[in-house]
Design a protein around this ligand. Sequence first.
Ligand code: SF4
Length: 346
Amino acid sequence: MRKPIKRVRVGELTLGDGRIYIQSMTNTDTKDVEATVSQIRELVAAGCEIVRVAAYDVDAARAIKYIKEKVSVPIVADVHYDPKVAIQAIKAGADKLRINPGNFPERALEEVVFAAKDRGIAIRVGANSGSLNKEFVGRYPERYMALAESALEHVSRLESFGFEDIVVSVKSSDVIETVRANRYVRERVDYPLHIGLTEAGYGVQAIIKSSVAIGALLLEGIGETIRVSLSSEPLEEVRVAKWLLGSLNLRNVPDLVACPTCARAEIDVVKIAEEIASVLDTTEKPVKIAVMGCVVNGIGEGADADIGIAGTKTGAVLMKKGRVISQIPREKIIETLLKEIESWEV
Ligand code: SF4
């Protein structure tokens, strides 16, 4: 059950409106407007809904103006240490700032917060395990509490200026710590939460860790925007985020079921599944496909798919909604499945 939370506008989007928004971050040089715009367009085409760019100096912050002229997705400026950069990012039209208030002197923070308020843009604050203040670690019995309290202190600082368009994040590279810290924050404030791990790592392990943490939180109704942080191309983050949300029925995505194969398999299930998965990756059509190795178990186990095949001595049978429709020769299996997916009407 989702706790009612404050709605916070980010560009044309509203965090807290019930949709879980996918975020990623560009890895191009922000000053290279052409390259950054090109990457943002690629991310948006893959399903990214909020894009963060590193505003690492005043010129990078200024570039946001030219980036925004070419894209309509909300842009978040990631600013560290220099309040002048934050002010420049606000002037350039950033839709949200991501700052660490602990890095700004009080007067400078006040100036940044008032500039954001004036333009009506949100600020994300939070804490990461990597940069957690040691003072907090000593003050609380558990590290996740220190992480959460550190983020909540930043929230209080913004609130002390009468600012409430706040998004909070608490991230660790540890799954359990991240889940507990987010629960802790959600119990205490009603601002939208941006959830994910930090420095999740590489490859399958990172995807699993992120999916477990983000999935567990979303199932508890915690989290309004997600980033699957991977040491990989940002596009991969968006692809994983989309499948993750799809697996929780929070996005319309296709579903591919395939049997694990065994000695009964009459067709190359893995090869066929790989080909079909690469096509499904680019569609939001919520069609369920089954690729099964044989008719012995395949027909029954693939029965709840919209379209399915089960291997035979000469190729496969084509099934629709559990009914066998026709026989497909071996060399036509992939082609037939692709045609069926394309013409499937939801
Ligand atoms: S569907 Fe057939 S080939 Fe696939 S695992 Fe089941 S019995 Fe084996």
